[in-house]
Design a protein around this ligand. Structure first.
Ligand code: ATP
Ligand code: MG
Length: 610
């Protein structure tokens, strides 16, 4: 392609709308254009990158035996009501765009396709003989993200490869899951990315696991904890570790102490001269279930530890039955305004005791007959104790009175140990690893590019998708699902590979392999040499741009650097020796190559990168 004939507009200045390098560069280099919040046009250079990524994804998926298809983006609400996700997705999380058609039917724009694929499987899979089966698609997804940002990283319209597999049993699912692990590793490697597969949270679905593929970059929204021996890596949401040892308690006897102005653990420990490991911290949360039930949750945890809210939410989802609900819609630390809605009197925040009385919760007012039920508040605290707090002896904790703590307390004496012992502590960098306590967890930031997931029978059971096994019995299909953010991947590649002059694409996903730059468009020899190289290179399968614009050489070099084409060929002064100057974008390594060897040399370089 000739730059003179392209929509080629680059910006010298960083656009104000962008915060991270990859977003700035894609805008400046004319790859993308913002149309609305989280909605971007993929301009011709970007579209070529996306097609290259898609091709790699396709090749690796097809190699596993998965089959490509294309599912509708417009999806009937009824399917989502069957799986029980319509309200959560359109109202609670509100991530799904929904609309009403002219026949007054509710529809949604697909954020994901479990419902659609499960209804197809329900209709078309009858027998174990048809299994296993894996279908995938590459398609635009719609998600009304709360905070769309960073360009293609978190868009409201973005391209995803999503695949769904169906199996007779867990073992077959595990095989496909392993194949996907390999395929995803291959995809990321071929795209030239540095990545790590990490254990991921599977929500409360359980299943036998899920892993995320994280591209390592400081701008990543996710935190990864890993060990140097390479044996452990997990998303912080999911990570486990050994907490530090408890220090011996300085308290010998139970007593109440005046501790003015010590509402934080740090202030309290300074005042009482104890370690945070001698403290039971009592944290109050407010959970809202999908039936409107509000539950106040009191978590007792060791003073030096923090609550991992993802783990807590999973525990609360497991208890949903208890409140005649099926899922948790929101989990927050209730602020003053929220507390006013249910508290009978002000809570002694910062000094809460483990046995905080249920009388802090205002009894429900009888509703007038026929009144619309408002949200109900469970009359008792849901009391959970984290494992770290269970074995503490002679601990310090709140006295249920502002400005006072108790010390030398023990479970079973002054306080009753809650029945529900849970693991909701947040692992952090510096903790010892479970698999080997001589290893310490380290922290890195990552961009989630892919997620592979053993779903089990969640959707097949909810939607009645069954098959007949060898014994002639009807069983729910066992399912897996696997997603790659194609557009996010393309931007992550820029985030990981750029310098101050611009993008540095890996040749495998660069929009073009090479750019032939004519320094002086009025020099006939330069033009002639460039034109013939341009023709020969493209003919030989080296995808090449020709910068034939009427611009100064400096401008052309700057633009070539900015858009990140791997190899720049300059038909300048060296022509008098029948040579051209070839510059590698990544290393800036420059060499003079004889005109007749250019095509062969580039072909070799490119195939070495495939
Ligand atoms: P996140 O936690 O980042 O919101 P997710 O876990 O909701 O992502 P999945 O449902 O697992 O995302 O989707 C599969 C893949 O699609 C993700 O791994 C990611 O690469 C990509 N993806 C998800 N949401 C977006 C988005 N808003 N913009 C671009 N890519 C996205
Ligand atoms: Mg995910």
């Amino acid at each position: 392609m000739r730059l003179s004939q392209m929509l080629f507009v680059t910006l010298r200045e960083d656009p104000a709308e962008a915060e991270i390098p990859s977003h700035k560069l894609l805008l400046r280099a004319g790859y993308i254009r913002r149309i609305a919040s989280g909605v971007y046009a993929y301009l011709p250079l970007m579209w070529r990158v996306l097609q290259k990524v898609s091709r790699i994804v396709r090749e690796e998926m097809n190699a596993t035996g998965a089959m490509e298809c294309l599912l509708p983006q417009l999806q009937p609400a009824d399917l989502w009501k069957e799986s029980g996700r319509w309200d959560t997705y359109t109202k609670a999380e509100g991530i799904m765009f929904s609309l009403i058609d002219r026949q007054e039917r509710e529809m949604g724009l697909g954020p994901t396709h479990e419902e659609v694929i499960t209804t197809i499987a329900r209709d078309m899979i009858r027998s174990y003989r048809q299994l296993p089966l894996h279908l995938y698609q590459i398609q635009t997804k719609f998600r009304d993200e709360i905070r769309p940002r960073f360009g293609l990283m978190r868009g409201r319209e973005f391209i995803m490869k999503d695949g769904y597999s169906f199996h007779t049993d867990e073992e077959s699912l595990k095989q496909t899951y392993q194949d996907m692990h390999q395929a995803y590793s291959n995809i990321l490697r071929r795209c030239g990315l540095k990545f790590r597969a990490v254990e991921a949270d599977s929500g409360a679905i359980g299943g036998s696991g899920s892993q995320e593929f994280m591209v390592l970059a400081d701008a990543g929204e996710d935190e990864i904890l890993y060990t140097d021996d390479g044996k452990y890596a997990a998303n912080v949401e999911k990570a486990v570790s050994l907490p530090p040892e408890v220090e011996p308690s300085p308290f010998k006897a139970y007593e109440k102490r005046e501790t003015p102005g010590t509402e934080t653990i740090e202030k309290m420990c300074n005042f009482l001269k104890c370690s945070p490991t001698n403290v039971v911290k009592n944290v109050l949360y407010q959970a809202v279930y999908d039936n409107g039930m509000v539950v106040l949750v009191l978590v007792n945890i060791r003073g030096d530890q923090d609550v991992n809210e993802v783990k807590l939410q999973n525990e609360l989802t497991k208890l949903a039955d208890h409140y005649r609900a099926s899922t948790v819609l929101a989990l927050t630390v209730p602020d003053a305004a929220e507390q006013e809605k249910w508290a009978a009197r002000p809570l002694p925040l910062g000094y809460l005791a483990p046995n905080l009385s249920d009388r802090y919760i205002r009894p429900a007012q009888p509703q007038p007959v026929g009144a619309k039920a408002s949200s109900q508040v469970a009359p008792r605290f849901l009391r959970l104790v984290d494992k770290t707090a269970v074995d503490l002896k002679n601990f310090a904790t709140g006295a249920d009175e502002a400005g006072y703590h108790v010390v030398g307390a023990n479970w079973g004496k002054e306080f009753e140990l809650p029945e529900r012992v849970v693991d909701v502590r947040k692992a952090k960098a510096g903790d010892r690893a479970l698999h080997d306590p001589t290893q310490f967890l380290k922290s890195a930031r990552g961009i989630e590019i892919g997620h592979i997931f053993q779903l089990g029978t969640k959707y097949s059971k909810a939607m009645g998708a069954t098959f007949t096994n060898e014994q002639g019995e009807s069983q729910p299909l066992v399912m897996g699902c696997y997603g790659v953010g194609v557009s996010r991947l393309a931007q992550a590649a820029v985030e990981q590979s750029h310098d101050r002059d611009g993008i540095v694409w890996s040749p495998s996903i660069a929009p073009y392999h090479a750019i032939v730059v004519i320094p002086n468009i009025n020099d006939v020899d330069q033009v002639k040499a460039a034109e013939s190289l341009y023709g020969e290179l493209n003919q030989a399968g080296v995808e090449t741009l020709l910068d034939d614009r009427e611009e100064r050489a400096g401008v052309k070099f700057k633009d070539a650097d900015l858009i990140g084409i791997p190899y720049r060929i300059v038909t300048g002064k060296t022509l008098k020796n029948n040579k051209v100057e070839v510059v590698k974008r990544a290393t800036r390594e420059t060499q003079e190559i004889a005109l007749e060897s250019v095509v062969e040399t580039l072909k070799q370089w490119i195939s070495a990168c495939e």
